[in-house]
Design a protein around this ligand. Structure first.
Ligand code: CP
Length: 312
């Protein structure tokens, strides 16, 4: 089986078969991290440009490590070190990068739709590494991979996504994926940080944290995206923590085998206590580890790989 699309722009564009293909392929790549020589020759001679116009620790390093493990040649460019700061447009930048014949361009941008624009204008495959408030598809895929690894399924699970839903591309991509996979999703946050009409995507909505996590199989905490918040969405960080910060007492309301997730970076003491983040239910660093295998799968499949040919 092969991926139907040439680009990975969002979960919206994937069907459940594509999602399962990516997760199954990632399963096969997981063991590469445990080898003494962490490299397979699958993308030898291929070139990937990682173009990040917003800060990133996990996604950027995860893509670069995934590319190197597949033996691809990686080029890393950040917005502040590119000629965008001299006034070059995104499309001109993309066309100039493409003139050097990369196979894939991975882009993170503060504007929703920037990866779609490049996909429309360029021949290279485009991977969305996070665009504005819109989508972060590889984060949702690695989250789904981690949930499936721990729970052996996605269908029928109760997932609570808590925090700054309005500014979170992670929440949107996860909601889309989890609903496609048949999970039950509750989003929870201050009413000012819940986007209008989110229930049309199949989410239950509440501003009561206890209600959101009652009986949950998975609790996914989100970062307060203060850099994207233009107004006073809540009175103070102290008050936010009081109503929406995840503590050990809250976790007791969930299922006994609940897993706690966070895409990072975390604001400790704001959306989650250190006791929970570093506690026995936390899979936060496993999410990061799994991200490499999932991104290897995405890169491999977008360049025409199939689930049957994988590995070596
Ligand atoms: N989860 C995530 O996107 O983290 P970074 O911003 O560090 O890439």
């Amino acid at each position: 089986m092969r991926l139907k699309a040439r680009d990975l722009l969002g979960i919206e564009e994937l069907d459940l078969q594509d999602i399962e293909l990516i997760l199954d392929t990632a399963d096969g790549f997981l063991e590469v991290a445990r080898r003494p020589i962490k490299k397979v020759p699958i993308l030898r001679g291929r070139t990937v440009v990682n173009f990040f116009l917003e800060p990133s620790t996990r996604t950027r390093s995860s893509f670069e490590i995934a590319e190197k493990r597949l033996s691809a040649d990686s080029v890393n460019l950040v917005g502040s070190g590119s000629s965008i700061v001299k006034g070059e447009t995104l499309i001109d930048t993309g066309r100039n990068l493409e003139a050097m014949s990369p196979d894939i361009i991975v882009i993170r941008h503060s504007s929703s739709g920037a990866p779609h624009l490049l996909a429309h204008k360029l021949r290279s495959s485009i991977i969305n590494a996070g665009d504005g408030f819109h989508e972060h598809p590889t984060q949702a895929l690695l989250d789904a991979f981690t949930i499936r690894q721990k729970k052996e399924r996605l269908e029928g699970l109760r997932v609570a996504i808590v925090g700054d839903i309005a500014h979170s591309r992670v929440a949107r991509s996860n909601l889309l994926l989890l609903r496609k996979a048949g999970a039950e999703v509750t989003v929870c946050g201050p009413p000012t940080l819940i986007p209008p009409h989110i229930e049309k995507l199949g989410a239950h909505v509440t501003s009561n944290l206890a209600e959101a996590i009652e009986g949950a199989d998975v609790i996914m905490m989100l970062r307060l995206q203060l850099e994207r918040q233009k107004g006073g969405y809540f009175p103070s960080l102290r008050e936010y923590f009081y109503y929406f910060g995840l503590t050990v007492e809250h976790v007791r309301r969930a299922k006994p085998d609940v897993i706690i997730m966070h895409p990072g970076p975390m604001n400790r003491g704001v959306e989650i206590t250190s006791e929970v983040a570093d506690g026995p239910y936390s899979v936060i660093l496993e999410q990061v580890a799994n991200g490499v295998a999932v991104r290897m799968a995405v890169l491999y499949l977008l360049l025409g790989g199939s689930a049957d040919e994988e590995a070596a």
